[in-house]
Ligand binder design. Sequence first.
Ligand code: SF4
Ligand code: SF4
Length: 174
Amino acid sequence: MKHETLKTTGAPSLEELRATPAFPTREDFLRGPIAVIECVEEIPCNPCETACPKGAIKVGQPITNLPIMDFRLCTGCGRCIAACPGLAIYIKDYTYSEDEALITFPFEYLPLPQKNENVTLVNRMGEAICQGKVKTVINAKINDCTTLISVIFPKVYFDDVVSIQRLPVEEICH
Ligand code: SF4
Ligand code: SF4
């Protein structure tokens, strides 16, 4: 069955993602920071294509095509992240350091983490898998209220990390 894991668990498996035309290979990740697009449903949508200043993302016609990526053009600038209404794009940098990787992802919850804060990173199922440190928290006007969080984490969890665990709501009131 197509996208079996997505349909039965709510999140695609790595195998399902690797079968999509925009998912990076190991070699692509060795280039440095690049966009990772986890878009597996053929829906009418293409703001990622128009947001990329380098022309690295192509949806084309029909608009229900899955996006495809030209990683030779991607600079990891992150402009496509907030443009995606499905929050399906993040940037990963496998080359950040010898033992650490960097992920930059959209975060639309409060409270926001702070720079240098230790946070718990999660996999596609929302399960906690490791600890990391917040490098930046960016609220740029161009991103239309979507905050971009960058977190440094152990490289050994590279394939599975996609976001961070939400912080306790009580912290908003203090
Ligand atoms: S990270 Fe920048 S260059 Fe790469 S696909 Fe997104 S918008 Fe284009
Ligand atoms: S904007 Fe997001 S949901 Fe829409 S096609 Fe691009 S990656 Fe998929």
